[in-house]
Design a protein around this ligand. Structure first.
Ligand code: TYD
Length: 136
């Protein structure tokens, strides 16, 4: 079974805003899976290319906590480029979607909420292998 770009969505994270600033809250109801791990990318050079893999099991929500970057998602036949630049907007990516992250702004922080603990065996890091397994 292949992944589908139709299942990718932007999740609005509720926020409380007043003159002192904004406070965003991630509660389990807004995330479509149980969070098992949180990691983040920071100090990323602007010409860096991250991602470049798909997951057999992991679902993710990606949030630009600070700054901006672009996420390219690919289900094996169609690609879509999504700019993330709002700390209260999360990009939900289901399993079996190839993703690449690029064009990081200076100071960008990329937060990832993950549905699994880290397991290299569930990664597909070879694009041809991804296409062979999940496209069509
Ligand atoms: P990598 O998957 O290449 O990062 P990206 O999401 O940008 O593609 O991960 C970089 C390194 O960090 C790699 O050696 C694996 C390691 N790593 C962990 O040890 N634990 C983790 O939870 C993650 C996401 C990566």
């Amino acid at each position: 079974m292949r992944g589908s770009l139709n299942d990718i969505k932007l999740i609005e994270i509720p926020k409380v805003h007043d003159e002192r600033g904004s406070l965003a809250v991630i509660e389990k109801e807004v995330i479509p899976f149980e969070i098992k791990r949180v990691y983040y990318l920071y100090d990323v050079p602007s010409d860096s290319y991250r991602g470049g893999h798909a997951h057999k099991e992991q679902q993710s929500v990606i949030i630009a906590l600070s700054g901006s970057f672009e996420v390219v998602v690919d289900d094996g036949s169609t690609k879509k480029r999504i700019m993330l630049n709002k700390p209260n907007s999360g990009l939900y990516i289901p399993t079996k979607i190839w993703r690449e992250i690029e064009n990081f702004s200076s100071g960008a922080v990329c937060l990832v909420l993950a549905s699994t603990t880290y397991n290299e065996a569930e990664y597909i890091r070879d694009y041809q292998e991804f296409r062979n397994q999940f496209s069509g």
